[in-house]
Design a protein around this ligand. Structure first.
Ligand code: GLN
Length: 241
């Protein structure tokens, strides 16, 4: 394993940070620290230079219509994210981040905007906001049940270039085909806030293993985390018909 610090890019928290999704980066930092792996978080703001292509892992949070358009404009400059994805860097995109990483999204005023096209996902506004708890069964090996909180108007249809991150057990998710989120290669997108990695540490470790390039040692036992997760998964699964 490299002794150089793993570089995590927190992408545009000033635009895509409405729902506290930067907490995902805190989770990644903590899980690396528990394993003695040095890391450095590179925070890239909309006033910063273009996004570097050299980071090991990229995290985008949620945001609203105007912020999403500004994020696409920023991320189209220099194509740092696109180049990072081409060399296999993992990316996590949440909600508005999913829509920005997708092929296209239509905003509340009816205007259609190109996304970055890193996942094959087209988003249009639904009739009402999807708000509430979500539970899914992940399509990714060894990830299992995912939980989170959704708050979005957009409904997302996946093309053949992406598969869902999960199948909805409870909640709305993408709003089509029981799908939740979008995965293309190592670009992982979801509507789950929470932050999603705090609620689903297995997903955090999968992203970290992709970034580090090897299996990671188990983290020290934190009984409180297990208790919280049990609380969030069990009742959700019971309400499903
Ligand atoms: N603006 C998007 C929607 O409402 C994303 C919202 C979010 O990031 N929570 O669909």
């Amino acid at each position: 394993m490299t002794t150089e610090a793993l570089r995590i890019a927190l992408v545009l928290p000033d635009l895509l940070g409405t729902y506290g999704d930067r907490g995902n980066v805190l989770v990644l930092e903590k899980r690396l620290a528990w394993r003695g792996i040095p890391c450095e978080t590179v925070t890239v703001l909309s006033s910063s230079d273009p996004l570097p292509a050299s980071c090991d892992l990229y995290v985008l949070g949620g945001g609203e219509d105007v912020a999403q358009q500004a994020a696409v404009r920023f991320l189209s400059r220099g194509n740092g994210l696109q180049r990072a994805v081409q060399r296999g860097a993992p990316v996590l995109g949440i909600c508005g981040g999913l829509q920005v990483l997708g092929t296209a999204f239509t905003t509340g005023d009816g205007a259609r905007h190109d996304g970055l096209g890193l996942v094959d996902a087209v988003t249009t506004p639904g009739e009402r906001r999807a708000i509430g708890e979500v539970t899914t069964h992940s399509t990714l090996d060894e990830v299992g049940v995912l939980t989170g909180f959704e708050n979005h108007l957009g409904r997302t249809v996946l093309g053949s270039g992406s598969k869902p991150l999960g199948r909805v057990v409870r909640g709305i998710g993408n709003g089509h085909d029981s799908a939740e989120g979008a995965v293309t290669g190592r670009v992982v997108c979801t509507y789950l806030h929470g932050p999603v990695l705090a609620r689903n540490p297995v997903l955090a470790d999968l992203l970290l293993e992709w970034a580090v390039g090897e299996r990671l040692a188990p983290v020290p036992e934190v009984p409180e985390l297990d208790a919280l997760r049990a609380e969030r998964t069990r009742p959700n699964l019971r309400v499903r018909k």
